[in-house]
Every structure is written in C-alpha cells, then in structure tokens.
Design a protein around this ligand. Sequence first.
Ligand code: 13P
Length: 253
Amino acid sequence: MKKKYMIVGNWKMNKLIEESLGFIKKLAPEITDCDVDVLLAVPFTSIHPTSKAAEKTKIIIGAQNMNDARKGAFTGEIAGIMLEEAGAEFVILGHSERRQIFHETNDFINKKVERALQDDLMPILCIGETKEEKDKNKTEEVLKKQIKECLDKISKEDVENIKIAYEPIWAIGTGETATVVYAEKIHKFIREYLKQLFGKKCADNIYILYGGSVTPENVSILLKQKDIDGVLVGGASLDLESFLEIIKNSVGV
Ligand code: 13P
C-alpha cells in the first residue's frame, strides 16, 4: 500500500513575516479535507508566528537548516532546541544549496541529523548529484556515499523517523524535471541501498521525496511512481495558487 503523501514547501530565503502569515491563513482553510501531509519550511524569522497561525490546521512548520551543536559560541548559527522552541517540527538538512554555497560536508550533515533527532525535530535529509556527476554515470556512487556518510551511526529505529529527499541538483530551479522513469529508477535504487544498510522493514517504511522543478502539472505523475512518497517543492511553493494546486493534484493519486 502506498503511504500518505507528503508535500513539503521549501521557501528558501523568501517571504517576510507578514507575507508568510497571509499565505498560511489563506492556505489552511483550503486544505482541511486533503488527505496528504502538508509541511512548510519557512525562514527562521517566520517560524514562531507561522507555527502559531498553523495551530489546529493541517500545516506543519519547519526550518531549513540548523547547527549540530546544542549551544555555544557559534556566532550567527541556530540550534535545534531554538527551532523547536519557536515551533518547528522538522528541519531540512544537507540541501544542495547548503552543500554547494556553504560547503557543508556529509560528516557535518551527519552530526546535524543526530542532533535534530535528539532535539525532536524530524530531519528531511537532502541528497542528489550534479549534472557533471550524472553525465559521468556517477549518480549511484555519489548517492551511496551521501546516504552512508550522512546516516552514519544512526540506528534503525531512528532512520525510520528521517525523510530522504532526492533532489538532482541539475533539476533544482531549472525547470528541467527528472523524467519520471529516471526519478523512479533512482528512488528504487535509494530504497534498495537503505535496505542493505538498515533492513527491509526500515527501507519500506522510510519516506523518499522527490525535489527539483515540481509543478502542479508534473506532481501527480511523479507521485504515481511506486517509490516516490512525496515531493519537496521550491519555486512553486512560493505562490499560493500553485502550491495549492500541487496539494490538490496529489490527493487521490
Ligand atoms: P525548485 O522546486 O525551485 O526546483 O527547488 C527545489 C528545491 O530545492 C526544494 O528544496
């Protein structure tokens, strides 16, 4: 049986507090009967107000990054317990923009995953290959390394609380979505590898989301694939109409 789909919006560095609140207030009443999970990763400054506004709605609020330390002299960083206190229930970790622009390594991301689990935040761990790696047929090798190193020392029980987001870097913000055949092939590969590492039950239960130029037009065909359990949406989650359409087009797929 297919899992309940998870639709996650990643606003990245967009929207001030007032705009975030307006979005939540308009979205919430439209999706009360939608049988999918709806999550929004908002900017840090919007976490507290939007999590309050999202109480008693279907919308779950989360963050886009955190530090691996619990507290301390790390100027400009933010701790998991701070996100949790502000109302975040999940955190995106290892997004390709963090890896590429801010040079985050698998080892650092692994420490963040451990900390997020300790701080009761559900991690959404992002993995994905560059265009160059894809062209050199290195996708599987790259993904294996990312999965192995980012999930190092994580127990089977904890792994089931983590969501994996496969985001091919060449498909992010480019309008070039992976073909469904390619996306499903890679999702299946990821699940097989998780099975090797953590066993069948864990691999079957774990959510594997697809991200990269998801739109209202392509969401249902992506979700129809056996190993795609949800989507992580960037650009199309910024516009209320398109995000709502993505959610509606996910229901009953
Ligand atoms: P786009 O949907 O804009 O391609 O972004 C995907 C993404 O990075 C979500 O985390």
